[in-house]
Structure formats: structure tokens, C-alpha cells
Design a protein around this ligand. Structure first.
Ligand SMILES: *Cc1c(COP(=O)(O)O)cnc(C)c1O
Length: 375
């Protein structure tokens, strides 16, 4: 067997939707993007949505739209995909990291207060692996200190915190549609907000700084080409239609993994908090707890990755902490700065996980994992 880490969930309907667009002259800025945005904002429950060509561009646009600039500080976590901090660096603002909660792996609200300075402009919580952050205390702190909140919801489409969807708590949020995400458009992302000002700015920034009523060659502000094309939007419309089924199928895969792995010594299965009233699984990450020290567990985890690969099973550390990436180290970050993040980075192992994953595949992964962990 050859089992990939992730795999998009595609059908004939998706193929038809994309080829139908190719038969029209509208390959960009046509009717599909408007339709996808309308359906997406309806699904999330926000007033507005703005389609972009990646989650990363969506995050960058929000940093610009909220006026975050040189030397401003934004509080976030280093346990994330690198884009959630890079978006601040693009504008010469400073990511101020705080550590995560050991169970949820999301920003620990108790650590936010002490990270606030006069320069703090915003909080950027990341809903890691699909689990929403503890948004109630985060929004309370934001209100008290008058901070903006950008939710990185790229991994959490459809997840709910205390009955409310991820992406509806802050000033704005970003979703992403890279092929390993719950739904995909190839490359793609979506900004959502209830704020008309952010909405209008985001539309302008993705489209070379043009305002709606200006001509093609009139540019009011410095913008980018962050537009989503019509083929991607058409694909997104079909994928979004299946979102509830996709979330359910992924949940079934996660539950089967849980059942097979919950009693395996040396394996910690993912934790889902009781405030997570709906979990939209992005990845399935276990933690290796077989050896005495974190260092030994990391080496053991790394060897597991190689051994699983020899048996046709892809797996990966998830995440590698942002603050330990080479160019972040150059900014002065180092080992020991964020112990919980580093523990999660050293011991985390993402197993193959995708919407159409079959029982026999899950069984094959689990049997081999059990085999190897007992060597
Ligand atoms: C996927 C992802 C993004 C955006 O990624 P793109 O590849 O640019 O679409 C941002 N933040 C997190 C946490 C992600 O998982």
C-alpha cells in the first residue's frame, strides 16, 4: 500500500465545473468569484467575503487593511504554519509570540496580557488543526486594550466554538483552500468580515489598489495581484456544497483513528476541548510519548517517520515551530523560548488523513504504527 499524508476529495462535478468555465471567455474576474464569495459568507455567517489566491495573501491583506505597519506588534503563537507570522514581517511589523496551551495547542489566553505593550495593535489567534481557540477571553482582552483581532481560520472551516463558527469572532478572518485543506480550489483563500471598511479595502488591495468605481488603470493605493481566478472559484463552489459531508467523513476517519490508537502505549491521541462544539478536522496529529525525555521522543518520532515511509506510509512532524525557523532565529528567537510549542513540535506526528480515507487504509497505518512503536 502507498498512503499519502493528504489527498483532495474530487469528483466529476468538480471536473465539469472547471471545464465549463474554460468554455467561457471569463477566466478571471467573472461571475464565479461573486457566487463563491456570496455562498461562502452565507455559510460562515458573515456579511462579506473576499476571495483571494491563497490564505497567505488573505492574511497579508488583513494586516494592511487594519493599518498594521512598521514596528507595530501583533500577538500570536509560534505553533502554526509560517504564513501566520510572515504576514506581519511583510509590513515590517513584529510578531510577538506567546506559548500555546498544552492540550488544545492554541494560544494560551492567560499569557496574552503580559505580552501587551504600547505598540500592540492586534491579536492573531490560529485555530490549529481545526480546533477553535478559546475566543471568549481573547475577545475580552482585545476589547479591554482596544486591539484588533484577525482569526487565522485557515485550518478550521466549519468548526464551532460554543456553537458559533470559527472566523466570526474577530474583526476579520482568513480561510485557505490549498489541496491539503478540508476543501480546495488548488491555490486559494477567503477573507471574511462584517466590517464594510475592511471589506472594501480588501477588495481594493487584492486588485492592484483599484477602487470599485475607478478604471482599470487608476490605482488609489498600493495593492497587489491577489485575485482568485474563475476556475478556482468554480471549484470552490462545488467543494463548498459538499462541506457538511466532508466534515462528517473526516470526523469518521478521526474517530476510527482514535478508537484504534487510544490504548496504544506511547501514543497520545488528539485532544478536543468541550468548548469545541463542532470539530472540522484538518489533520490528525498524535504525540509520541514512548521515551523518558523530549529529546529521545523526538528522535524516536523521526525514526518512526522513516520506518513508516519504508512501509509506504507518509507522515510528518506537525508543526515545526515558527520561532525556530532559520530566519526567525536570526531575529533572536531560540530553543527554550516557548517550551509547550517546542514539546508539540518535537513529539507531534501527523498521520495520513483525508476525506475519502478508507477503513483498510486506517487499519494499515495503525497496525504498522503499533508494530513500530513496540520495537
Ligand atoms: C494553510 C494555512 C495558511 C495559508 O496557506 P496558503 O498555502 O497560503 O493558502 C495560513 N495559516 C495556516 C495556519 C494554515 O494552515
Amino acid at each position: 500500500m502507498n498512503i499519502p499524508l493528504s489527498s483532495p476529495y474530487m469528483g466529476e462535478e468538480e471536473i465539469k465545473a472547471v471545464t465549463d468555465v474554460l468554455k467561457t471567455p471569463n477566466l478571471s474576474m467573472g461571475p464565479k468569484i461573486d457566487e463563491f464569495e456570496k455562498k461562502f459568507s452565507d455559510y460562515i455567517g458573515t456579511k462579506y467575503a473576499v476571495g483571494v489566491n491563497s490564505g497567505t495573501s488573505g492574511l497579508h491583506i488583513l494586516i494592511r487593511a487594519l493599518g498594521i505597519k512598521d514596528n507595530d506588534e501583533v500577538i500570536t503563537t509560534p505553533f502554526s504554519f509560517i504564513a501566520s507570522s510572515n504576514c506581519m514581517l511583510y509590513e515590517r511589523a513584529k510578531p510577538v509570540f506567546v506559548d500555546v496551551d498544552k492540550k488544545t495547542l492554541n494560544i494560551d489566553p492567560c499569557l496574552i496580557n503580559e505580552a501587551i505593550t504600547k505598540k500592540t495593535k492586534a491579536i492573531l489567534p490560529v485555530h490549529a488543526f481545526g480546533q477553535p481557540c478559546d475566543m471568549k477571553p481573547i475577545m475580552e482582552i482585545a476589547e479591554e486594550y482596544n486591539l484588533k483581532v484577525i482569526e487565522d481560520s485557515c485550518e478550521a472551516i466549519g468548526s464551532e466554538y460554543l456553537g458559533k463558527k470559527a472566523g466570526t469572532f474577530g474583526d476579520a478572518a482568513v480561510f485557505a483552500f490549498y489541496p491539503n485543506k478540508q476543501i480546495t480550489t488548488g491555490e486559494g483563500g477567503m477573507i471574511v468580515t462584517n466590517d464594510e471598511k475592511i471589506y472594501k479595502l480588501a477588495r481594493s488591495l487584492r486588485n492592484q489598489g483599484r477602487s470599485e468605481d475607478m478604471g482599470w488603470l487608476d490605482h488609489k493605493i498600493l495593492g497587489y495581484n491577489y485575485r482568485m481566478d474563475e476556475m478556482s472559484a468554480a471549484l470552490g463552489i462545488v467543494q463548498l456544497k459538499k462541506i457538511e459531508k466532508i466534515i462528517e467523513m473526516r470526523n469518521n476517519v478521526a474517530q476510527e483513528y482514535n478508537k484504534r490508537l487510544k490504548d496504544v502505549a506511547g501514543v497520545e491521541i488528539p485532544y478536543v476541548d468541550e468548548k469545541t462544539t463542532k470539530m472540522s478536522w484538518f489533520v490528525y496529529v498524535i504525540h509520541i510519548n514512548k521515551k523518558k525525555t523530549q529529546e529521545e521522543n523526538r528522535e524516536f518520532r523521526n525514526k518512526l517517520i522513516t520506518d513508516l515511509s519504508d512501509r509506504g506510509i507518509s507522515s510528518k512532524p506537525y508543526f515545526t515551530p515558527i520561532h525556530l525557523q532559520p530566519f526567525y532565529r536570526e531575529m533572536g528567537f531560540k530553543e527554550g523560548d516557548f517550551p509547550v510549542t517546542e514539546w508539540a513540535g518535537d513529539t507531534g506526528l501527523a498521520l495520513p488523513f483525508y476525506t475519502g480515507m478508507k477503513s483498510v487504509e486506517i487499519e494499515y497505518v495503525c497496525n504498522n504504527l503499533k508494530d513500530l512503536i513496540n520495537i
